[in-house]
Design a protein around this ligand. Structure first.
Ligand code: SF4
Length: 392
């Protein structure tokens, strides 16, 4: 491939696993309830020497590839379990490593339970934006996102998101992340989320694959997740004014119009994300942990290896070569340039690895074809394409 002119895409996003435990026990969590259990053997919390090495590797990568910006995502487990002081020091060390080099955006993805005004003050001062996970109304959210003792998490998260959406912190509000449950009402879920005025919503399909199949209720139709997303799409796109951005829906529309996808869930764009675990291991995207134990490992660490070495790992290459990494079934599918085979982690099947359509294939097809019909009804696609080609 290199001889043919292909070059890896430098990493833009580094996900830092600052803490390996969580104060919630969501029943769909890939980290604790699915195949990979490596969290048990890693340090609970990332040590300063580890994040300093990670910051050095990230800055080195930005320098080598002359990047104008990179993004650090503070992740866990639950990153706020690391403590505000430690997080403050960590952020300041990363800012120092990037001083005079290039822009460093820093985002935290949290369950929100510990997101108090004190914590937000620190994050806000240090320019960290915050995304919170919430699955809709109190009842819908608490179907899956409960504490270890089974108690509700909703009240604490609701308080945190209200705080985050208040004028003084609003610019730090990155958005809401919602995992789809086809047994909930998609319109009610969407409307519960937009009450907080999130700048974006990410709808995610629960991690599954051909061994650990998507959970469908008895008697559900063939595409319950696709049907849910279609109803949410119609509610979102039918609003008289833009209420929020929904990345998955915008990506599908963008791909239909010939653009590029931005998320891992859809499209054929190269994935430029790498993970650094709390012990300094450099890994592929975390969601692969849902497939089998060790699925995300590369054997590299920030102490001994560069991020460029990770770019050579076959698992990372497979995420960057688009069409060439698709199964024969997907290559023959009329929607493959839009769907892109679906989420990579969801393609896993013992024996054929990731060379399969996603286990949500029928659901993806339902969503893509529905949005396509809607876009074609609203837009003269051929005319638009011709205009884009004339004025790229
Ligand atoms: S809809 Fe199914 S067959 Fe088509 S590209 Fe997506 S996963 Fe592959």
């Amino acid at each position: 491939m290199r001889a043919g002119g292909w070059r890896p895409t430098p990493f833009r996003d580094v996900v830092l696993k600052v803490h390996q435990r969580c104060d919630l026990a969501c029943d769909y969590c890939y980290m604790y309830t699915m195949a990979d259990q490596s969290w048990r053997d890693r340090p609970r919390v990332m040590a300063r020497e580890t994040w300093l090495a990670a910051a050095g590797r990230m800055a080195e990568h930005a320098r080598i590839h002359k990047l104008d910006a990179m993004r650090l995502v503070l992740h866990g487990g639950e990153p706020l379990l690391a403590g505000t002081d430690r997080l403050g020091r960590l952020v300041s060390d990363f800012r120092d490593a990037f001083d005079g080099l290039c822009r460093l955006r820093i985002r935290m993805q949290t369950n929100g339970v510990r997101l108090t005004a004190d914590v937000l003050d620190t994050l806000y001062e240090q320019g960290v934006t915050v995304g919170v996970s919430l699955d809709g109304s109190p009842v819908d959210n608490d179907r899956h996102r409960r504490r270890a003792d089974g108690k509700s998490s909703f009240a604490a998260v609701d308080r945190a998101i209200r705080l985050l959406s208040a004028p003084e912190y609003r610019s730090a509000f990155a958005g809401l992340l919602c995992t789809v449950d086809p047994d909930t009402d998609p319109v009610a879920c969407y409307e519960a989320l937009i009450q907080y005025g999130p700048p974006t919503i990410d709808f995610l399909l629960p991690h599954a694959n051909w061994l650990d199949l998507p959970k469908r209720a008895a008697g559900a139709g063939p595409t319950p997740f696709g049907d849910w997303l279609v109803k949410a799409f119609d509610r979102w796109s039918g609003a008289p004014r833009e209420e929020t951005r929904v990345r998955l829906f915008e990506d599908v529309i963008g791909l239909i119009l010939g653009g590029r996808g931005r998320s891992e869930q859809i499209g054929l764009s190269p994935v430029a994300v790498v993970v650094v675990e709390s012990d300094g291991a450099i890994e592929q995207v975390d969601s692969l942990k849902s497939a089998y134990h060790g699925a995300s490992a590369t054997g590299l660490t920030v102490f001994a290896n560069t991020l460029d070495q990770a770019l050579e790992h076959p698992g990372i290459v497979a995420r960057q070569i688009g069409l060439a990494a698709l199964s024969a079934t997907c290559r023959d599918c009329p929607e493959h340039t839009i769907c892109g085979g679906g989420h990579y982690a969801h393609r896993y099947r013992p024996g054929t690895g990731f060379l399969n359509p996603t286990a949500y294939c029928a659901d993806m097809l339902r969503l893509v074809q529905h949005v396509k019909r809607r876009v074609h009804a609203d837009v003269d696609i051929d005319n638009l394409r011709a205009r884009l080609e004339t004025n790229p």
